[in-house]
Design a protein around this ligand. Structure first.
Ligand SMILES: [Zn+2]
Ligand SMILES: [Zn+2]
Ligand SMILES: [Zn+2]
Length: 375
């Protein structure tokens, strides 16, 4: 790979030239299969999958059995335990108030959380290249490239996101490296091919200012070996790694993604919605299939509407650019309890939410203000 330095004159200085954009070799573009769903993008092509039309199943769900489901009622004892363990986890909350406060009233409301997950696959193709290392070339002469959605690949487990790249069969072409014009090396920008640079210690004067002694750093030569190219005057082309040729090919990029839609029914109690969205719930109903259909007759109308909205949002967002592989909709019950208490002449509230009894307290009576944020 190393060239003789006498070659220097034939080496083009491209070190200041920006990396060429990934342009498809014109001669290969003509051979790409023409498909109905091919859209020309600026850098890559987007391939739409053939649309699938599926009939709507005539399925009636009986919701009464789901609604009979009860989560355990939060008792006074449970409410106090939850507060005590919450207070324990905070370094600036004292536990005396949690033990002594008088619980006046418990109000429980069970909220419903609807969640839709859509696992989809999208495919794009783009041109790429790599140094050509003399292996056989799978070009158009070996056949027509398959259409992108016809290429069979191993799908990861459902709902597990991943991105993978594949070389499209019969799309390869070997070209001279556009960066070094097939030379494998280019002139070093540090020394412009000389292999040496002016000595920085004596600025090329061979001796130090006001000194009769010759410069020790360059042994009086005024020049030093170029550190960029180790004195060779040229550098191996980083684009082709010195191979002089590049293998261009179409790369299929497949991305498997999860889209999430979530809705929590409106709480009548004054607990922040973002806590309820993250709260642990109890699954009432789970429906997983290649396509799921909106819940239409759920007794809570807002849930039926959310289901319809989630499914249409996902289908609108994905229809033109991805293929849905699997959908899952779940309904969960999230218990929420408002605890009204009395402590040292004042009444206030705190909330217990989720099946794991998380606590939200606005104004805990026994709190120091050291500003710590230890959870
Ligand atoms: Zn150099
Ligand atoms: Zn010097
Ligand atoms: Zn090159």
């Amino acid at each position: 790979m190393d060239r003789d330095l006498s070659d220097d004159d034939s080496v083009v200085d491209l070190s200041f030239e920006a990396e060429s954009p990934l342009a498809p070799p014109a001669e290969l573009l003509e051979t790409l299969p023409s498909c109905d769903w091919v859209l020309q993008g600026d850098r890559h092509q987007i391939f739409f999958p053939p649309s699938e039309t599926a009939g709507r199943p005539q399925e009636q769900r009986c919701w009464s059995s789901f609604l009979e489901h009860r989560v355990p009622v939060v008792t006074e004892e449970v409410a106090r335990e939850a507060l005590l363990s919450f207070v324990d986890s905070k370094c600036c909350y004292g536990s005396a108030a949690a033990g002594d406060l008088v619980i006046l009233e418990l109000k429980q409301q069970n909220l419903c959380r609807y969640r839709l997950e859509t696992f989809s696959e999208s495919r794009i193709s783009e041109w790429t290249f790599q140094p050509f290392t003399n292996h056989s070339v799978d070009g158009p002469q070996r056949g027509t490239s398959p259409r992108l959605w016809d290429i069979k690949v191993q799908v990861p487990p459902m709902f597990q996101e991943d991105t993978r790249r594949f070389q499209v069969p019969h799309s390869s072409l070997v070209k001279e490296c556009h960066k070094c014009h097939g030379r494998g090396r280019y002139k070093c920008s540090g020394c412009h091919g000389a292999g040496t640079v002016r000595c920085s210690s004596c600025s090329g004067a061979k001796r130090k200012a006001k000194s009769a002694r010759r410069c020790q750093m360059c042994s009086g030569s005024g020049r030093r070996r170029c550190s960029t190219c180790s004195g060779r005057g040229n550098k191996t082309c980083a684009t082709c790694k010195g191979e002089k040729k590049l293998l261009h090919f179409t790369q299929l990029v497949i991305a498997w993604k999860n889209s999430l839609f979530e809705f929590v029914s409106e709480p009548q109690l004054d607990c922040p919605g973002e806590l309820l969205a993250k709260a642990r719930g109890e699954t009432l109903f789970k429906d997983e299939n290649t396509t799921v259909y909106p819940i239409v007759d759920f007794p809570l109308r807002e849930i039926s509407l959310a289901s319809r909205r989630g499914i249409s949002e996902h289908s609108a967002a994905l229809a033109s650019r991805a293929r849905v592989l699997q959908q899952r909709q779940t309904l969960e019950l999230i218990p929420l309890t408002e605890v009204r208490y009395w402590y040292q002449g004042k009444t206030d509230v705190y909330y217990i939410y989720g099946t794991d009894h998380q606590v939200y307290v606005v104004d805990y009576p026994e709190r120091c203000c050291c500003g710590c944020t230890i959870l």
